[in-house]
Design a protein around this ligand. Structure first.
Ligand code: ADP
Ligand code: ZN
Length: 719
């Protein structure tokens, strides 16, 4: 027997299948889709068995595999095929496509740690032997059925061992899953007419649907009803949500309705827990998978529906490392295999998806109203250019008054500090010097708790000095604002209020995120202050005011999607207000009150935003009118890299017919970890040989270790 093995070494140059012979005694364990250990040069590597055959086309003598790693198949036929399509569509290595599908425990170099329960039971046909008192005590405990080891307390271990040795007791092990789900209480709501109409459409026909439903229109309830329908047909489901909305609240809603049938995969789980969930899924014990981007690869059989909630979220695109895939594309590929529908849902659909819906590529469904018949919250936009002379801190008088009135009524407030593209940094008032990372050439962020400056890309850290290294003046100024600073201001403005700060720092400890959300819901706090984390997926009935401290920061990012991202962030966070019986309102503070991305939030006017933004995209030749592809050329020698980037551009200009080629330009992360990066940006509508030509560029530099070429189709960030 000969096997074709794809080894786990993510270098483009060796991304192919190598033949190995199989020793007779291992033949019975060999299946396509398992991993084996093989000799490779001087190394020993894991690899996937992709084919089993009798002959090899190589004339060299074959080496033989060392051992078999898996008992069960790790990659089934569907995923094996999917990987090949992904490789072709993203121009990445096949091995990287397979690796991205698997939990960490199943990747090379890590051993999946499985936990077992040990239990003991009486051997029904043991012969009577004389027992001492301690042994009788143990027999007493297990005589009515198997007992877990951990339940046998205060017993004599040596007596236990003797009983096992003599065959009186049998020791057995069973896998112990580290995550458990509560039994369901079948909480099911009667759907509104609108909701029911959406459900009926989706289950009536196989299609890709775009559900445009305002915040609080009951999309989640619709998802669950559709999943339930497919469950009744014996089919499974995948629900993708951005990691940030994978809140305990969201999981709890699914758990209540579906109990143990769900597997929720989120960053709060340990690698072991993720591995357990993965095994429950591949064994068919869980048939509803809820997770972030990579859950799209869940090894489910017989999928009935794939749902992508908040489909506009850029978290569905993997930017780095490769494969740079979009979960939406994978969903559509998998839906073809399973002959099932895809449902994309959002209150602010991405321009790409809405444009496809307009063209009839996707079928558009809408939920234009909130479930309870409530209006969407009233949005008040505050021009901070006028306010800034009247106030000292970051709070306009309107926002202060509004918060005060909520506190008086015992209602709750959510405050968003828009950190996208924003950080607190230190500059010199005298000469304008800013502290930058020596490795990455980006501004260092000030961390008050440790009084240090840190780089958010490479982790470089340094102490804060009080004199400027450039002009030696003692006039350093902490610009920008962090959540800590706002929290201090709040504490001064409202000394009686209880403020809960939720950001990257306060939620890094396991379980903190969950606890904060529970505490806020239980009313232990009045004000929830946070970054993007507070904008999505939360559903608190007592929140009647949402305040945005600084709407603008995300508008300033050098990215063609900055308006779209700003509009959608503001709409999402506004949607946290007035979700239940009480009336809600929203206050947005901005220095750009006339900017359409902010102005149109006033009436939750997605449709006008869409139209205006589409006009801009058309005139500037951006998606969805044009496709974009970014070619990143990087390496340690800046002038060499630039020279090669220019050569690449020239060769593309000669070979591509209708593509607009921009650059090479230094990336906004020009220097990162001492590596220099240049971008060449392609804009195209239709370019038949693009993939072929780009593959040739990659191949040309395959063995050149001074330069790295990364290709990103439809990049989510232009850095
Ligand atoms: P979305 O996902 O569109 O933001 P949700 O599904 O979270 O909306 O629904 C908003 C709120 O309305 C939730 O508290 C939910 O429990 C409630 N809700 C949804 N559908 C119904 C219904 N048919 N009847 C009563 N309440 C509902
Ligand atoms: Zn750095």
């Amino acid at each position: 027997m000969i096997v074709g093995v794809l080894v786990e070494l993510s270098a483009k140059a060796i991304d192919k299948v190598f033949d190995y012979s199989v020793p007779k005694e291992l033949e019975k364990d060999i299946k396509v889709g398992i991993r084996v250990l093989v000799p490779f040069g001087r190394m020993t590597l894991e690899g996937f068995v992709l084919e089993i055959k009798n002959d090899s086309s190589t004339s060299k003598e074959l080496k033989s595999i060392i051992s078999v790693v898996d008992k069960d198949i790790v990659l089934n036929d569907e995923l094996l095929e999917l990987g090949k399509v992904m490789r072709d569509n993203t121009l990445s290595t096949l091995i990287s496509c397979y690796q991205v599908m698997l939990p960490k425990a199943l990747k090379a170099g890590s051993t999946g740690n499985i936990k077992y329960d040990t239990y003991y039971k009486l051997n029904s046909n043991y012969s009577d032997i004389k027992l001492n008192d301690k042994q009788k005590e143990i027999i007493e405990l297990v005589k009515n059925g198997p007992v877990l080891r951990k339940e046998l307390v205060d017993i004599s271990i040596s007596s236990l061992n003797t009983l096992i040795k003599k065959g009186v007791l049998i020791e057995e092990k069973s896998e112990h899953y580290r995550v458990s789900y509560d039994e369901l209480d079948n909480s099911k709501m009667k759907l509104t007419k609108d909701q029911q109409a959406v459900v009926d459409s989706v289950i009536s026909d196989i299609n890709t649907y775009l559900l445009y439903g305002v915040t609080g229109s009951g999309k989640t309830e619709v998802y669950m009803e559709i999943i339930d329908y497919y469950l009744s047909l014996g089919k499974s489901s995948i629900v993708l949500v951005p990691e940030i909305s994978l809140t305990p609240q969201m999981i709890e809603r699914f758990e209540k309705r579906f109990g143990k049938k769900i597997a929720a995969i989120h960053s709060g789980l340990s690698d072991g827990e993720k591995y357990d969930e993965y095994r429950r899924i591949s064994r068919g014990e869980a048939s509803i998978v809820i997770g972030a981007r990579s859950a799209i690869f869940a090894p489910l059989d017989n999928i009935g529906i794939i749902i992508i909630d908040e489909e506009h979220s850029d978290s569905y695109k993997q930017s780095d490392p490769s494969p740079r895939y979009h979960a939406r594309d994978i969903a559509i590929l998998r839906s073809k295999y399973h002959n099932c529908s895809v449902l994309l849902g959002s209150a602010t659909p991405s321009l790409e998806s809405m444009a496809r819906a307009e063209k009839g590529v996707y079928k558009l469904l809408t939920l234009p109203h909130r479930v309870n018949g409530k209006e969407l919250p009233l949005v008040n936009i505050i021009d901070m250019n006028k306010e800034i002379r009247k106030i000292k801190g970051h709070f306009s008088n309107e926002l202060v008054d509004a918060i005060r009135s909520r506190l008086e009524k015992n209602e709750q407030v959510i405050l968003l500090l828009n950190r996208r593209g924003y950080s607190s940094f230190v500059t010199c008032k005298n000469c304008g010097y800013t502290f930058k990372c020596p490795n990455c050439d980006i501004t260092l962020t000030y961390h008050k708790s440790s009084n240090t400056l840190r780089c958010h890309y490479c982790g470089h850290g340094e102490k804060v000095f009080d004199t400027c290294p450039e002009c030696k003046e003692k006039s350093l100024n902490n610009l920008g604002v962090g959540t800590q600073k706002i929290e201090e201001e709040l504490n001064k403005l409202f000394p009686e209020s209880r403020v809960l700060r939720m950001d990257y720092d306060t939620t890094s400890k396991k379980g903190m995120h969950e606890k904060m959300i529970d505490d806020f819901r239980e009313g232990k706090y009045d004000i929830l202050l946070g970054t993007q984390m507070v904008a999505k997926g939360l559903d608190f009935s007592n929140v009647t005011l949402v305040g945005v401290i600084n709407a603008d920061t995300s508008l300033n990012i050098p990215d063609f999607r900055s308006s779209e991202n700003t509009f959608s962030l503001l709409s999402q966070v506004a949607g946290r207000s007035g979700r239940s019986l009480k009336e809600g309102s929203v206050i947005i503070q901005t220095y750009n009150p006339e900017h359409y991305a902010i102005n149109l939030c006033k009436n939750h006017d997605y449709v006008s935003f869409y139209k205006q933004e589409m006009m801009i995209r058309r005139s500037l030749k951006y998606p969805p009118y044009y496709y974009i592809c970014n070619i990143r050329v990087s390496g340690k020698d800046a002038s060499y890299i630039l020279g090669e980037a220019l050569k690449i551009k020239n060769s593309l200009e000669r070979n591509l017919t209708s593509t607009i080629i921009l650059g090479p330009s230094s990336s906004s992360l020009f220097k990162m970890n001492n590596v220099f990066r240049y971008n060449i940006i392609l804009k195209y509508k239709k370019e038949d040989n693009l993939y072929l030509i780009l593959s040739k560029v990659i191949d040309h530099y395959l063995t050149n270790n001074k330069i790295k070429i990364d290709i990103d189709f439809n990049p989510s960030q232009m850095i």
